[in-house]
Design a protein around this ligand. Sequence first.
Ligand code: ATP
Ligand code: MG
Length: 561
Amino acid sequence: MKITRLIWNILNDGERKQLSLLFFLMLIGMGLEMLGIGLMVPFLASFSGSRASLSILPDFFEGITIVHAVLMIAGIYLFKNTILACILWFQNGFLSSLKARMSQQLFAAYLSKPFAFHLDNNSAPLIRNAFSEVGTIVGAGVQPVLYLIAEGLVVVGILSVLLWVNPMAMLIAGGVVLIMGVFAYVGTRKYLYNLGAEKALNEGNRLSHLQEGIAAVMEIKLFGKEREFIRRYARWDNASARVMKINATAQNAPRIWFEVVFIVAFAILVLCWDAQGKHHAEIVSTLILLTAAAFRLLPSATRILSALNNIQYGLPMIELLNEDLKPENQHAREGLSFENNIIFKNVSFRYSRDSPMILNAVSVEIKKNETVGVMGISGQGKSTLVNIMAGLLSPTSGEVHIDSKPIKDLEVSWYSHIGYVPQQVYLLDDTIKRNVAFGLPDQDIDESRVWAVLKKSGIETDVKGMPDGIETEVGERGARVSGGQKQRLGIARALYREPALLILDESTSSLDVKTESGILETLSGLKGQITMVIVSHRQSAIKDCDRIIKVSGGSLEPLLV
Ligand SMILES: Nc1ncnc2c1ncn2[C@@H]1O[C@H](COP(=O)(O)OP(=O)(O)OP(=O)(O)O)[C@@H](O)[C@H]1O
Ligand SMILES: [Mg+2]
């Protein structure tokens, strides 16, 4: 079956072994459960004096006093349940660490996707997948498949006993379950699959609207649009509730379905036998056997059908996750040293097939330790140009070379040379210190270096005035610092890396002239020591550059300084 192949695909070698072990343990568990029930019957029979009814079973308790028998049974139960508890512990341990491992792997896979992937994709479905939907692999994949095999074995076992004791009863009970089970499964399969796909869509949209509403809270309040945003969320939330209702019913429906099927089948049988003029006593004895078989068979058949429904419902998500779990190859050639230049050779770029070219066959060379200004009116492609230079976006055609090596082969090792202050600096909901030394573990953070770069970025005095200095929390997306402070923290973060290439994209746009000139002074101090690319609308920011390039109409024009 497709689901088993998908699951096997998703598991790593260790997990495959654990899963096989788990299955083996489940069989032992089932055996022990049967032993438990199997012992109670002869015990009760022995001591109630109705031994005769169990002639096929050996009499375990012959010649044993009731006290000894009870102690023996208690001992066996203690042993059985200890083993069952261990199996349960192992099973839950396996399933939860599988879920955790997959959530981490998904996060890693999403982080390894190219920057362009994240420009094209809303974050909500990615968050949905890594946060909650990994549970589908366990809840609608691994678990139901295990139940399916285990219960399948139970059903085969019961049917074989029945076949031996009463082939007629077996044919009727087995036939009815099989035909009606297949009927119910085939009838609902496609519907449940589509429902699962709809669920994925609803959950993604719910999350997306919730995130968006909370992120845009200021605008929503000022525009007085609370109701409208709640209405948009409610649309997907209600759709999600509807899908959940249908699915929850579908998971429980097999019990109701099979009971009805059995009763109707019984009624038909009795009617037929009655019409044939069979003796009532004969009918009743056959019915007793059929009922006994049905009672043992029904729960198993129900669980099998529920598991199948569950799998169908989860399948679209599992298929999707199976794709997403594959990590992207990142090129990491260690030890790239940037010695000479960055060269753009006939680089053209557009964001997608149906969007216009932003850059049209541009060629430019930036020498090491040069300071280059980039100008141009809004929307002409300045940020796009520097993103290509940083290796975050790949040219649609043409090539970018670093020291004559194609940038696409370098990626990760090229990133390590770059200090990039994007147009929108993203601050972590953490302290100033950790924001500046981005992603470094605490013990590796050099506080004096943090202070030094804060000074260079013109924010030292601001930080000294804050209650906890560099330990001050900046809030989500830097909600507790000003726009200009955010930019300066971005510059400090870029400088902390001691980059060979510093890219500033409108990094002083929110600053007053005085603060800006302080930063420009720092940059002048770095002139000739590192390569700098400074994007700005403002003449003041790029006046000290060696060269200025203007981005306009898809091409680059040199401007005289
Ligand atoms: N992810 C994207 N997908 C499709 N088009 C995009 C994307 N990002 C930007 N664009 C388009 O590419 C063009 C160039 O954008 P870019 O951000 O490079 O401009 P810019 O020169 O930096 O502008 P600004 O001065 O306003 O920052 C714009 O017209 C924009 O609409
Ligand atoms: Mg820009």
